[in-house]
Write a protein that binds this ligand. Structure first.
Ligand code: PBG
Length: 326
C-alpha cells in the first residue's frame, strides 16, 4: 500500500537527506553579538545571571571583537556601563563616554570588517534607571528625551558607529535621531529600531549586566508594550519605518514568534529579533543542572527565530554558535 504521508518519513531518513531538504539554515552571518563595556575597571567582570558573558574593559573588548571578526560574526552591538550616572544620562552623548571611546578603539582595530552597532538609550546612564528624562512628577518626559537621543546618535556616529539602535520606546525617537544624524552629515549611519519592544520580565539579567535598577521599584510598562497586545507591534513597526528606520526589531524573541512572523509578512526591510538575556539565562541554568542539552536547545531556539522570519538575531549565544557552526 502506498500513501502520500510516507514522503515525510522518506525525507527524514538520513542526516544528509535532512540537510538537503532543510528550509531554514542558521548561519554565522545571521548573528549579532551584544557586548558590555564598563568604564573604570581593570579586569573583565563576570555577570552572575549571564554565565559566560562579562562586562568588558576597553582592552578585553578589543580582543573579543577581533576574535569575533575571526569567527566571521558580521556585527556587534555595544552597551555601556558608565562610572558615573546622572539624572539626564549625559554620558550617553559625551564624546568621552564609555561607548564612544570603545567605538573609536574598535573602528581603529577592525576597520570595516564588522558592523559596529550601538544601543541608543539612556537607562544605562541615568541614576534613576529609566530610559529617559523624568518630569517633576516622575513620568518619562518624551520630547526632551528624544532630543538627547539625537545627541547620543551623533556622538555614536562621530565615534564610528555604523548603526544606531534606539531601544527606549519613546515616540518620535527614530525621526529625532535620523534628523540629528543627517544634520551633522551622518547620512550613511543606519538606524535599527527596537520597534516592537515589550515590557518583559526576561530583561532581568541584562539589568545586572548594566548595573541598572529602576528607582522606587518602578517598571517600564508606561512606555514598553503590553504583552497581551499583538496588533500594536505592527503599528509600532509601521511608525518607525515611516520615521526613517532602516531595520526593525521584535524583542524578546521566543514568546513573540507570532509577531516576528506577522512583521515578516508585512514589511520588506531587514527584520531583527533579540534573543534576550533571560532567554539565554534560562538555557544556561537548565543546562547547568543537566536538565537539558544547552547546545542543542540553543540551536533549536535560534533556528526557530529564523524560521519565524527574522533575518538577524541579537544573541549572547553568538560566539558559541559561531564556533559550533564552524
Ligand atoms: C534598554 C535595553 C534593555 C535591553 C536592551 N536594551 C533593557 C530594558 O529595556 O529594560 C534588554 C536586553 C536583554 O535583556 O538582553 N537600553
Amino acid at each position: 500500500m502506498s500513501y502520500p504521508q510516507r514522503r515525510m518519513r522518506r525525507l527524514r531518513t538520513t542526516s544528509a537527506m535532512r540537510r538537503l531538504v532543510a528550509e531554514t539554515r542558521l548561519s554565522v552571518d545571521d548573528l549579532v553579538a551584544p557586548l558590555f563595556v564598563r568604564e573604570g575597571i581593570d579586569e573583565p567582570q563576570p555577570i552572575v545571571s549571564l554565565p559566560g558573558v562579562v562586562q568588558h574593559t576597553r582592552e578585553s573588548l578589543r580582543k573579543e571583537v577581533r576574535e569575533l571578526v575571526g569567527l566571521g560574526i558580521p556585527a556587534v552591538i555595544l552597551f555601556g556601563v558608565p562610572a558615573t550616572k546622572d539624572a539626564e544620562g549625559s554620558q550617553a552623548w559625551d564624546p568621552d563616554g564609555i561607548v564612544q571611546v570603545a567605538l573609536k578603539d574598535l573602528r581603529d582595530d577592525v576597520g570595516d570588517e564588522i558592523v559596529l552597532m550601538a544601543d541608543l538609550c539612556l537607562d544605562e546612564y541615568t541614576d534613576h534607571g529609566h530610559c529617559g528624562l523624568l518630569t517633576d512628577t516622575g513620568e518619562v518626559d518624551n520630547d526632551p528625551t528624544i532630543e538627547r537621543y539625537g545627541w547620543a546618535g551623533v556622538a555614536q556616529a562621530e565615534a564610528g558607529a555604523d548603526v544606531c539602535a534606539p531601544s527606549g520606546m519613546m515616540d518620535g525617537q527614530v525621526m529625532a535621531i535620523r534628523d540629528a544624524l543627517d544634520e551633522e552629515g551622518h547620512e550613511a549611519v543606519s538606524i535599527l529600531a527596537y520597534a516592537a519592544k515589550y515590557a518583559s520580565a526576561l530583561y532581568g539579567p541584562f539589568r545586572d549586566a548594566v548595573d541598572v535598577s529602576i528607582a522606587d521599584g518602578g517598571d517600564r510598562k508606561a512606555y514598553q508594550q503590553d504583552y497581551r497586545n499583538g496588533r500594536e507591534a505592527l503599528e509600532e513597526i509601521r511608525a518607525d519605518l515611516a520615521e526613517g528606520a532602516d531595520m526593525v526589531m521584535v524583542k524578546p524573541a521566543l514568546a513573540y514568534l507570532d509577531l516576528i512572523a506577522r512583521a515578516r509578512a508585512e514589511v520588506d526591510v531587514p527584520l531583527a529579533a533579540y534573543h534576550v538575556s533571560g532567554e539565554y539565562s534560562m538555557i544556561k541554568a537548565a543546562a547547568a543542572n543537566g536538565w537539558i542539552d544547552g547546545d542543542a536547545v540553543a540551536l533549536e531556539h535560534l533556528t526557530a527565530i529564523k524560521r519565524a522570519g527574522a533575518d538577524l538575531i541579537l544573541t549572547y549565544l553568538a560566539r558559541e554558535v559561531a564556533e559550533a557552526l564552524g
